[in-house]
Design a protein around this ligand. Structure first.
Ligand SMILES: Nc1nc2c(c(=O)[nH]1)N[C@H]1C(S)=C(S)[C@@H](COP(=O)(O)OP(=O)(O)OC[C@H]3O[C@@H](n4cnc5c(N)ncnc54)[C@H](O)[C@@H]3O)O[C@H]1N2
Ligand code: MOO
Ligand SMILES: [Mg+2]
Length: 421
């Protein structure tokens, strides 16, 4: 008798997985190595930026009051008493009738309160004296980049859970974080099961195919920010698989297997979960591909039994593995971002399960449109290469026509805090 499995909706399956989410421990990493990790602390400005009034131009620092009378007919002359570049500080306080030659980024000298660009003055010398001639008045604060104008001390700048992008990294450097608090990367073990599997360097032989799933998942894990470990492939032998999986669990935060989760004679994962004493959270999801995706937990550690079929395996990883890895890393944007798009294909046949079609979504004239990247079968591998989205066609009694509005899950975006109700 073939085992009958009860399919559950995708959202419910995601929820069952996410009940086991917990943030990984916090560690500090060097600023140079923190890219794409998630901040484990809020980032507060602990000083003003810029930290002093400074010149945004190469020019002259003056006292605005000295220029009040200046005009074409009545040029005002100021004596240049000092020259400073960025990083040096003026020694002299400006007195009436004086100016300091100042470069971009240098702190304003004491007494100065306006900057005049080089291009706006005439320069001349009188013996050893340097003089500038100004032909218009300047107001207090003209062309000054003020202390704290970028951000003030105490401002909350980036909240924890934010991905460290180049811009966030600039802030971390600005505030002196040579070490950055982030959550640990989840270590994710990957085993491919299947007697038909060849290593990638092996020649094809009758009945055999190369193991592509391991490498695809490795890449998906890396893209999600985790640390994959390729454990290799296992033949369909109960004892071999059982022992290998049992040993692997100890070494990882999450374990992924591919293949062997359906109802075939050599699909041993269900029996392996049973012998391990693992609790199966679900073994059938109302989706296509990936309906056989099985997730089990053993002492709180999740074991993902992804389908052997490449497209089903891919979808299972994006929908169920990605969000828990993201939350382990402290991200608040765990799930794939869902958007609306205009369908550029026909799906006349209804399907009882929600379909997740490997697709290309493109933006044009402010509208997202979407079309499949290849054959919509779960055993297909080629449609994955060009996909940047999963088109979500709800299960039911109707098909879908060109021009219909459909939902898409975007694979290359940062993600969203919400699931896809
Ligand atoms: N009687 C039934 N048969 C099947 C059902 C069902 O409900 N009743 N479900 C089908 C569905 S849906 C799927 S999906 C597959 C899932 O099968 P498994 O997860 O058990 O995977 P395998 O049987 O081991 O392999 C399936 C397919 O994928 C190829 N494969 C496996 N591993 C890899 C790999 N690492 N790289 C590339 N390709 C791989 C394998 O050769 C098979 O062709 O079951 C259906 N059957
Ligand atoms: O799990 Mo299968 O991929 O639904 O078609
Ligand atoms: Mg099978």
């Amino acid at each position: 008798m073939v085992e009958r499995r009860k399919p559950i909706p995708i959202n419910e399956a995601v929820e069952r997985v996410m009940k086991f989410s917990f943030p990984g421990t916090v560690e500090t990493v060097l600023l140079e190595e923190c890219d794409d990790r998630y901040l484990a602390d809020d980032l507060l400005a602990d000083h003003d930026v810029p930290p002093f009034d400074r010149s945004p131009y190469d020019g002259f620092a003056i006292r605005a009051v000295d220029s009040v009378e200046a005009s074409r007919e009545n040029p005002v002359e100021l004596e240049v008493v000092e020259e400073i570049g960025a990083g040096t500080v003026a020694k002299k306080r400006l007195q009436t009738g004086q100016a300091t030659r100042i470069m971009t980024g240098a702190a304003l000298p004491e007494g100065a309160n306006a900057i005049v660009m080089l291009e706006l003055v005439q320069e001349r010398t009188e013996g050893s004296k340097k003089i500038i001639v100004i032909k218009r008045p300047f107001k207090q604060g003209d062309s000054v980049s003020f202390k704290g104008e970028d951000t003030e001390k105490g401002t909350a700048l980036v909240s924890k859970g934010t991905r460290i992008t180049p811009g966030v990294k600039a802030l971390l450097a600005t505030f002196g974080y040579n070490k950055v608090p982030v959550h640990k990367k989840p270590v994710v073990g990957i085993y491919a099961t299947g007697t038909e599997l060849l290593d990638i360097e092996e020649e094809l032989s009758p009945g055999k195919i190369r193991n592509s799933n391991s490498y695809m998942i490795q890449s998906q894990i890396k893209k999600a920010g985790g640390e994959p470990i390729l454990f290799g492939k296992l033949e369909d032998d109960f004892e071999v698989c059982f022992q290998s999986i049992k040993n692997a669990i100890e070494k990882v935060d999450f374990l992924i297997t591919t293949g062997g989760v359906s109802v075939g004679d050599f699909d041993y994962l269900p029996a392996i979960y049973e012998k391990l004493g693992a609790e199966v959270l679900f073994n059938k999801v109302a989706m296509r591909p990936g309906s056989v995706t099985t997730v089990a937990q053993l002492d709180g550690k999740l074991l993902f039994g992804l389908s052997g079929n490449p497209s089903a395996c891919f979808v299972g990883c994006e929908l169920f593995v990605r969000p828990i890895l993201k939350s382990f890393m402290g991200s608040i944007r765990m799930h794939l971002q869902k958007e609306q798009a205009v369908l550029q294909a026909e799906f006349p046949k209804p399907n009882p399960f929600t379909r997740l079609v490997r697709s290309k979504a493109t933006m044009s004239d402010g509208r997202l449109s979407v079309k499949p990247t290849g054959l919509d079968k779960s055993g297909v591998v080629t449609s994955l290469a060009g996909a940047n989205a999963l088109m979500m066609l709800p299960g039911g009694t109707r098909g879908f026509q060109q021009g219909d509005n459909v939902h898409v899950l975007l694979l290359d975006e940062e993600g969203s805090p919400d699931t896809w109700e």
